[in-house]
Design a protein around this ligand. Structure first.
Ligand SMILES: C[S@@+](CC[C@H](N)C(=O)[O-])C[C@H]1O[C@@H](n2cnc3c(N)ncnc32)[C@H](O)[C@@H]1O
Length: 246
């Protein structure tokens, strides 16, 4: 049941206007708490108003404002694209159209079409997924590989940690394969979860590596993003620079 609580005397304070959900016996389940948070999240409302399919759209927009990610005409691969917020932002920022699509998105979940984006419904960890993405790109190199992928959590932290690291490693290997020199790799990581080895490897292949925590990424979430810029191409692997940016 949805309850828009009113304070005393009929005056509504911002706190009072919060939507609270009542459950049987007054107890809140995890899904009730999640729904309550969604209903009260300003980014969810902002996303709806701006025509974005997810609040995640603001994470990539904020990273773009700070780190200058997008430019007109660039080719992009969006890993873990559903429901499509990042792809929508990317298509608008690059000028991608259905006649000349510059963005390819992959997810194992079904997605509604997005103008200017070619979508593959497939598990990215399938052996044939990389070659399928390359085929969709017509064999052309990408300027940006961006990954917002995360497995559903099991609740067992060591298992979750290993699974996310494995996913990032596969995404990073794919990026090294398909990026044009000067290209960029962005991946969702979890704070304390970016493996030294992976970071070390990325530093060898990219001129700069940053960690970012965009304001719309919930502060109680360990989620962060790794932004690696200036792909050196397959031959130059001298060490690059790194810093932590919040
Ligand atoms: C946080 S959501 C992405 C949100 C998206 N960036 C947006 O703006 O709408 C993460 C997505 O990664 C997808 N995903 C996770 N593992 C995947 C895999 N192995 N292959 C393809 N998609 C995957 C999930 O299905 C989910 O849709």
């Amino acid at each position: 049941m949805v309850d828009k609580a009113l304070g005393t005397g009929g005056r509504k304070s911002e706190k009072d206007l919060k939507i609270r959900l009542k459950t049987a016996k007054g107890r809140k389940t995890g899904s009730t708490k999640w729904l309550e948070r969604q209903l009260n999240d300003p980014y969810v409302a902002k996303a709806r108003a701006a025509g974005y399919r997810s609040r995640a759209a603001f994470k990539i927009k904020e990273m773009d404002e700070k780190h200058h990610i997008f430019r007109q005409g660039m080719r992009i691969v969006d890993l873990g694209a559903a429901p499509g917020g990042w792809s929508q932002v990317a298509a608008r920022a690059t000028g991608s159209t259905d006649a000349n699509p510059l963005i390819v998105g992959i997810d194992y979940l079904e997605m509604d079409p997005i103008p200017g984006v070619t979508l593959l419904m497939k598990d990215f960890t399938d052996d044939d997924a990389p070659s399928m993405l390359i085929a969709v790109m017509g064999g052309k190199k990408a300027d940006l590989v961006m990954s917002d992928m995360a497995w559903p959590t099991t609740g067992h932290r060591p298992t979750d940690h290993l699974r996310i690291v494995q996913l990032i490693e596969i995404a990073a290997a794919f990026a090294l394969d398909v990026l044009a020199p000067g290209g960029m790799f962005i991946a969702k990581v979890f704070q304390g979860g970016t493996e030294h080895e992976l970071l070390h490897m990325l530093k060898r292949h990219f001129k700069t590596t940053h960690h970012a925590k965009p304001p719309s990424s919930r502060s109680d979430s360990a989620e962060a993003y790794l932004i690696a810029k200036g792909f050196k191409g397959s031959n130059d692997t001298s060490p690059g620079e790194g810093e932590y940016d919040r």
